[in-house]
Design a protein around this ligand. Structure first.
Ligand code: ARG
Length: 460
C-alpha cells in the first residue's frame, strides 16, 4: 500500500521491492530514543511559540513517552512500509493519541529530523567512548608507574636498539590515546550543533524558536544555514576519522602484544581470560583479543572510505544517499566500543616477564650507543666512535659475548681511551638512567611523566 504519510500525490502503491529497498527502519530503529527526545523538544517549542496548544503539547509528549516505554519493553513491531524510525514513531503516535499526533511534524521535515537524531545519538556515544578512553589511559599510566624500573629492549626496525623502561613504552601508548581523546573532544564541538529548524532545506514559515530547541536538547547553538544543516555529514566523517586513527593506534599496540606473548619474545603474559586455545594443538594459548582488535582496524578504515565516498560530489541539499551514512557510522561506533572495552580491561592485566625483557635487552648490544657517547666524552669524534663501537660489536657477536662481558684489555684493543669506568655505561641500568631529561626513558623521568599524565587525566 502507499505510505500514508506522503501518499497524497501518488496514484499507485509503492512497488514492494522498492519499499523494502528504500526503507531504513532495519537499522535506524536504534535512533528511537533520540528521535523521541528530538520530537518532544520540537513539540515543546511549538507550544511555546503558540503553534500548538498547551493541551496538544501535553498529549503529544505523553504519547511519545509511552511509545518509548513500549519500545523498551520490546512491544513494538517495526513496519517496513513506514520506511524509517521517524514515520514508525509518528504513525504509532497518531494511532495512540488520534488526530493531534498529526500536528507533531509541523514546521519540520525528516531531513532536519534525521540530521538532529544522528547528532544526538552520536553525542551520547562520544561521551561514552570518552570515558572508555579515560579508563584505558588510567590503566596505562598506573602500569607504567609500576614498571618504571623494568628494562626492556627499545626497538627500531624491530631490531633491539637501546634499552628503555617498560613504563616508558607504556606511556608512549598513553600519549597516542591522549591525542585520540583530544581529537574526539574536538569532533564533539562540531557534532553538538542543532540542525532542527532547517526543515526540508530552506527553513520554515512558522515562527520557530531554534535557540530554545538547542537549549532543550543541550546543543551549543542552532546551525547557521538550513541547506548545509540537512546535507552536512562531515561530522560523521570526522568521527570515523577519529575512530580510524584510534583503531590504527590500537592495532599497533595489538601487534606488540601479539609479538610479546609469542614464545620468541616472551616479554609478557596475558591472563587466560583474554586468550583462547586451539582445537587441535593442546599446547596453544592464542592472543585472540589483540589479534581481533588488530583485524577490526580494517572495517573502521573501510567505513571512513565509505563515508567519504558517500559524500563525494553530492549536490546540496539533502539526497537520499545520506541514508547510507548510518550503517558505517553505527558499525564504527560498535567496533570502537568493543575494542576499547577489550583494551581497557586487558592493559591493567598485562603481566610483564621482567627477567626475559632484561635478558633480551642484554642480548641485543643495546648499550652500543652508550659506548660511543662514552668515547665522545673522552674526546673521540662521534663518527670515529661509531666505527670503534661497530668493530667491538662485531667482535662480541663473533665471541657470543655482550659488550659488558668483554674484558677491559679486549675493549682497549679497539680504542686506547677506554678505561675501567667504561663498565658503568655498559650496564643496562646505567644506560637507561642516563637519559634523564623530559621525554627521556630514565626511571625517574618515567615516574614524573606518569604523574603529569595522571594530573592531565584528572584535570579533564
Ligand atoms: N531515512 C532517511 C535518512 O536516513 C530520513 C530522511 C528521509 N528524508 C526524505 N526526504 N526521504 O536519511
Amino acid at each position: 500500500h502507499t505510505n500514508q504519510s506522503w501518499g497524497g500525490r501518488f496514484s499507485e502503491p509503492t512497488d514492494e521491492f522498492v519499499a523494502a529497498f528504500t526503507a531504513s527502519i532495519s537499522f535506524d530503529q536504534r535512533l528511537y530514543h533520540h528521535d523521541i527526545r528530538g520530537s518532544i523538544a520540537h513539540a515543546t517549542m511549538l507550544a511555546k511559540v503558540g503553534v500548538l496548544s498547551e493541551q496538544e503539547r501535553a498529549t503529544i509528549v505523553e504519547g511519545l513517552e509511552e511509545i518509548e516505554a513500549q519500545i523498551e519493553r520490546g512491544e513494538v513491531e517495526w513496519s517496513v512500509a513506514l520506511e524509517d524510525i521517524h514515520m514508525n514513531v509518528e504513525a504509532r503516535l497518531t494511532d495512540r493519541i488520534g488526530a493531534v499526533g498529526k500536528k507533531l511534524h509541523t514546521g519540520r521535515s525528516r531531513n532536519d529530523q534525521i540530521a538532529t537524531d544522528i547528532r544526538l545519538y552520536l553525542r551520547d556515544e562520544i561521551d561514552f567512548i570518552d570515558t572508555e578512553l579515560s579508563r584505558l589511559r588510567h590503566g596505562m599510566i598506573e602500569l607504567a608507574a609500576k614498571e618504571a624500573d623494568t628494562i626492556m629492549p627499545g626497538f627500531t626496525h624491530l631490531q633491539a636498539a637501546q634499552p628503555v623502561s617498560f613504563g616508558h613504552h607504556l606511556l608512549a601508548w598513553q600519549e597516542m590515546i591522549a591525542r585520540d581523546q583530544e581529537r574526539l573532544a574536538d569532533c564533539r564541538k562540531r557534532v553538538n550543533v542543532l540542525p532542527l529548524g532547517a526543515a526540508a532545506l530552506a527553513g520554515t514559515t512558522y515562527p520557530i524558536d531554534r535557540h530554545y530547541v538547542a537549549e532543550l536538547l543541550g546543543f551549543e547553538r542552532p546551525s547557521e544555514n538550513s541547506l548545509d544543516s540537512v546535507s552536512d555529514r562531515d561530522f560523521a566523517i570526522e568521527f570515523t576519522a577519529f575512530a580510524s586513527i584510534l583503531a590504527m593506534h590500537l592495532s599497533r599496540m595489538s601487534e606488540e602484544l601479539v609479538l610479546w606473548t609469542s614464545s620468541q619474545f616472551d616479554f609478557i603474559d596475558l591472563p587466560d581470560r583474554f586468550c583462547t586455545g586451539s582445537s587441535i594443538m593442546p599446547q596453544k594459548k592464542n592472543p585472540d583479543v589483540p589479534e581481533l582488535v588488530r583485524g577490526k582496524t580494517g572495517r573502521v578504515y573501510g567505513h571512513l572510505t565509505s563515508l567519504l565516498t558517500l559524500m563525494k560530489s553530492q549536490p546540496l541539499a539533502y539526497n537520499k544517499d545520506n541514508q547510507e551514512d548510518k550503517e558505517p557510522l553505527f558499525d564504527t561506533i560498535d567496533t570502537i566500543k568493543g575494542c576499547l572495552r577489550a583494551f581497557a580491561d586487558m592493559v591493567p592485566a598485562i603481566e610483564p616477564k621482567r627477567d626475559n625483557m632484561l635478558e633480551a635487552a642484554r642480548r641485543g648490544y643495546s648499550t652500543a650507543t652508550d659506548l660511543a657517547d662514552y668515547l665522545v666524552r673522552k674526546g673521540v669524534a662521534f663518527r670515529d666512535a661509531h666505527e670503534v663501537v661497530g668493530k667491538s660489536v662485531a667482535y662480541g657477536i663473533e665471541q657470543r659475548k655482550d659488550l659488558s662481558e668483554l674484558s677491559l684489555e679486549t675493549l682497549r684493543r679497539f680504542s686506547t681511551v677506554i678505561e675501567a669506568d667504561v663498565f658503568e655505561v655498559l650496564t643496562l641500568e646505567g644506560s637507561v638512567a642516563a637519559r634523564n631529561h623530559i621525554g627521556g626513558t630514565a626511571p625517574d623521568q618515567v615516574r614524573a611523566a606518569a604523574q603529569r599524565a595522571r594530573e592531565a587525566l584528572a584535570g579533564r
